[in-house]
Design a protein around this ligand. Structure first.
Ligand SMILES: C[S@@+](CC[C@H](N)C(=O)[O-])C[C@H]1O[C@@H](n2cnc3c(N)ncnc32)[C@H](O)[C@@H]1O
Length: 253
């Protein structure tokens, strides 16, 4: 059985290949939020680990869903790996600073996707989008009106606008200076992008899995929103960074 590299009440971290470590996890995660290598750069860590989706599926109950960051090219290239999963929705993160290209035949990429996958019954999954405050039309009351023919009965009901909105699928996050200039990991994701995904699919107090944790953004997001996390990272230097990051949150000693 694998020994944790680090553990406290909220976070457990293993160092090694997730495909080797996942089978020995003792606790079943309630969800998975991960950001695999897209396989699009020459970086040593940027290699798609064949079989990781199956290894994750083997430890997740059917009531757990998977949010996976990636590029359209990555998802198309590895579509067969997601056989058995149903596609639920996608979130798009628009960045201020794009990546690439090294040549003039490709666009500068200003966005990244996160795709949401599930296997069991949609109604059995945890869903929690934190509603966002808006200033548009606040306080107005929409009057009941007759449903149009194509709408179901009772659709056009009266409602009071409380100024809150369901979040939208596109997030514009201007990375904080610490992420832009002092990245802990070459592909570190902003907390503001990851935290809503962790919250969406993991019940309060529940356990989220990130089998390719990088600098530990999913782990920090989990702690920040009252969830627990189990992370796996094959690069020991990144694991050290995760422990330092948790120490800055007052967790690791
Ligand atoms: C895109 S990065 C994750 C970045 C992370 N989301 C963050 O915000 O810092 C992918 C990570 O997966 C790790 N990795 C690649 N293959 C792995 C494997 N088979 N098992 C565990 N970790 C792996 C890499 O070392 C890299 O740190």
């Amino acid at each position: 059985m694998s020994q944790p590299y680090y553990a406290d009440d909220a976070v457990t971290l293993y160092v090694g290949d997730c495909r080797d470590i996942l089978p020995s996890l003792t606790e079943r995660p309630d969800s998975c939020v991960t950001d695999p290598p897209y396989g699009e750069t020459a970086a040593e860590w940027d290699r798609w680990p064949d079989g990781w989706v199956d290894a994750v599926a083997a430890v997740l109950p059917p009531s757990a869903s998977l949010w996976c960051f990636g590029s359209a090219r990555m998802f198309l290239e590895h579509a067969a790996d997601f056989t058995g999963w149903r596609f639920a929705q996608e979130a798009l993160w628009v960045k201020r600073n794009g990546s690439g290209p090294g040549s003039r035949d490709r666009l500068v990429k200003l966005h990244e996707w996160a795709y949401h996958w599930y296997r069991g019954k949609w109604s059995d999954l945890h869903h929690e989008w934190e509603r966002e405050r808006t200033t548009a039309n606040r306080g107005s009351v929409r009057k009941a009106s007759r449903s149009a023919e194509h709408q179901r009965d009772g659709r056009a009901t009266t409602w009071v606008d409380d100024g809150m909105r369901q979040p939208r699928s596109v997030t514009y996050v201007v990375e904080t200076p610490s992420v832009r200039y002092r990245k802990r990991h070459q592909d570190e994701k902003p907390l503001a992008v990851v935290e809503p995904l962790v919250r969406e699919c993991t019940p309060p107090g529940g356990l989220v899995l990130d089998p390719m944790a990088g600098s530990g953004t999913t782990l920090e997001a989990a702690v920040a929103c009252g969830r627990r996390a189990v992370g796996i990272e094959k690069d020991e230097r990144s694991a050290e960074m995760i422990v330092m990051r948790l120490a800055q949150m007052g967790l690791a000693v």
